[in-house]
Design a protein around this ligand. Sequence first.
Ligand SMILES: [Zn+2]
Length: 191
Amino acid sequence: MKQELLDLYEDAGALLNGHFVLSSGRHSARYLQSALVLMHPKKAAQLAAALAEKVNPDDIDMVVSPALGGLIIGHEVARALNKPFIFTERKEGEMQLRRGFTIPEGTRLLVVEDVITTGGSVRECMTVVRAHGGTPIKIMAVVDRAPASADRFDIPFETVIEIDVETYTTDACPLCAQGVAAIKPGSRGVA
Ligand SMILES: [Zn+2]
């Protein structure tokens, strides 16, 4: 099952080699461009089904994702679980709940992201959810890029693909040392 899901990434050309600046600011020679898999609705649904089967729909009321990365997979997981889907987004750098979304007091939320490394966006999303009265009960991501980092979250976290990708600070990055130009794959097109 896991290999089958990873094959979706490989087949879509979504496992990229190069010199990348991750959203955490760290550098890496490998990057997973989930958008290249999630652009295919049936593949997105397949990944979402793999996540959804690890959740009891009775345990949650709503699905939430941090924009932009979590939008498609979060929506597909919500569809699979037949739950409403909302998202948080950054405005002027700060994660917020906008667009008229509300979270009734006591709502139990499943937090869904596409790829997690440090988990910064997910933590910011949970902070917003809690500030609005919701209770995040579980985090799910398609890909965990740093499976060794066990203590990233204060609630359960599950994933369907684990890939240990070495990341570096700019100072310690061997590709920077070689003078290779780094790109930010999240914000630019990467072919
Ligand atoms: Zn670098």
